[in-house]
Design a protein around this ligand. Structure first.
Ligand SMILES: Cc1cc2nc3c(=O)[nH]c(=O)nc-3n(C[C@H](O)[C@H](O)[C@H](O)COP(=O)(O)O)c2cc1C
Length: 212
């Protein structure tokens, strides 16, 4: 085991991020800034570029009250954060393929023929997905966007804590969402740090890597 660190200083953004669970309550992050962070985070890769992530941002007193009962042991983050962001995965992500690839043509990123070929492939490929396969793929994509969100927030001078300890089923019900369609993935608390992030332990690469 060793302390978490990176070997390449160019990777400083990774070391700068730590889980921060207590924020300065007097700092309110504007919606514009949160939207910018979300937009930057969405540079994340996703399977077939279908971008299945959907966000709910709780940044008003009413919004914070709504999510409060579902925060379990994460009350300090709830109480002090500027916002809690819920990342959900949309099980109907394939229905956006035409819009996404159409926009790529509009922006002259790909020719029309490429779009047609890709959509044909995507729809026939997607039709073979089991529900479990689709769910796994969506969870993976949402994990990527969550990671990027934490790094993006850092770039704007804020800190975050990924929160898996929340009442998924109950929150989904409270939001009135179709639980078959929307999968609760992760909450992120975000705010201006009121405590220093702590160092934490990581395996050494040797311990988790096999070379062949
Ligand atoms: C999927 C996931 C769920 C997590 N859930 C919680 C949580 O419910 N509450 C919490 O305080 N921290 C939670 N964490 C934060 C981890 O405890 C933390 O990332 C880990 O201890 C390493 O510390 P670091 O983030 O400072 O590098 C979660 C992290 C991940 C990735």
């Amino acid at each position: 085991m060793q302390l978490k660190k990176v070997n390449n200083d160019e990777n400083g953004l990774f070391t700068a991020r730590t889980s921060v669970r207590k924020y300065d309550k007097s700092v309110k992050i504007s919606r514009k800034e949160i939207a910018d962070i979300l937009q930057d985070a969405m540079t994340a890769p996703s399977s077939l570029n279908l971008q299945p992530w959907r966000f709910w941002v709780f940044d008003t007193p009413e919004g914070k009250e709504l999510i409060k009962p579902f925060m379990m042991f994460n009350m300090q983050q709830w109480e002090t954060s500027s916002a809690i962001i819920a990342i959900y995965g949309d099980m109907e992500n394939f229905s956006y393929a035409d819009d996404i690839y159409g926009a790529a043509v509009e922006h002259k990123l790909v020719p029309e023929e490429y779009k047609v070929k890709m959509l044909e492939m995507i729809h026939s490929y997607g039709a073979q997905y089991t529900e479990e396969r689709l769910r796994n793929s969506i969870l993976l994509d949402c994990g990527f966007v969550g990671m990027q969100m934490m790094l993006a927030a850092k770039g704007y001078g804020y800190d975050t804590n990924p929160i898996g300890g929340f009442m998924r089923k109950e929150l989904t019900e409270a939001l009135g969402l179709d639980a078959k369609r929307y999968i609760p993935v992760l909450l992120l608390s975000i705010g201006k740090a009121d405590e220093k992030g702590k160092d934490s332990i990581r395996f050494s690469a040797d311990e988790v890597t096999q070379w062949r």
